[in-house]
Design a protein around this ligand. Structure first.
Ligand code: FMN
Length: 224
């Protein structure tokens, strides 16, 4: 069972990282689990410039760390993204990667399991959590749960209570993958609206230009 964890904080040893590493150790107690852990801030990720080449060829002309993360997700059955709240939303460094991740247009999380973890100090954590969960949903992912953690900046978030909570979410995530749990009906409906009502007509209008997207959708059964 391959799982990718991405720490979306600019800080490699902050509260988000500590919680994610605890989830990683919990998951690694199962011998069939192999976890790849990435810090978004490890290497530079260039900004998407909207050239649309990936829609046509599937390949971004900027071959950097974003492509390593995309490959890791492609090869995994489960994805966990953790992030701090920055100015009531997700940090720019993570958004920069998401723009390069082809998530929604390629349905990159179709049939993959997803867990989100958001830390915050005062307010706005819910907005950040909603943003990341919508990304999972619209990308075809199967959301097994979310963790919203109120943490004082630069303190250790791992109280006994918090540890119990994240272990429980990690166990639910693992069991969902193991038993191939199906998507909740609300996520099916929201993904359907995003793809079939909003994005599909837009892509089909430019089918000559967006050949890679069309091929990808055929290969994963979005269209025939
Ligand atoms: C630039 C910046 C903006 C922040 N904005 C918010 C915010 O809007 N709401 C909030 O509750 N916490 C905010 N925080 C606090 C962090 O979300 C919180 O401390 C988080 O746990 C830090 O995670 P990390 O240690 O993994 O980086 C902000 C922190 C920074 C550095």
């Amino acid at each position: 069972m391959r799982i990718t964890i991405i720490n979306g904080s600019p800080r490699k040893n902050g509260a988000t990282a500590k919680l994610l590493k605890e989830i990683k150790s919990r998951l690694e107690k199962h011998e069939e689990v192999s976890v790849s852990y990435y810090d978004i801030s490890s290497k530079p990720i260039q900004t998407c410039i909207g050239c649309m080449r990936c829609y046509n060829t599937g390949i971004c002309h900027m071959n950097d760390y974003a492509e390593d993360l995309n490959a890791a997700i492609r090869n995994s059955e489960g994805l966990i993204i953790g992030l701090p709240t920055y100015v009531s939303n997700i940090p720019g460094i993570l958004k920069n990667y998401i723009d390069r991740g082809h998530f929604v247009i390629e349905q990159a999380l179709k049939n993959k399991y997803a867990l989100s973890l958001v830390t915050y100090e005062i307010a706005g954590g819910n907005t950040a959590l909603k943003t990341i969960n919508n990304l999972f949903r619209y990308s075809g992912g199967i959301i097994t749960g979310s963790i919203l953690c109120k943490v004082k900046f630069n303190t250790n978030p791992l109280s006994d209570r918090m540890t119990d909570r994240i272990y429980q979410k990690a166990d639910t995530f693992y069991n969902a993958i193991r038993t191939r749990k199906s998507k909740r009906i609300i996520d099916v409906i929201l993904n359907y609206i995003a793809i079939y009502i909003l994005i599909k007509p837009f892509v089909l209008k430019s089918r000559d230009k967006y050949t890679y997207v069309i091929d990808r959708w055929k290969s994963i059964g979005v269209i025939r």
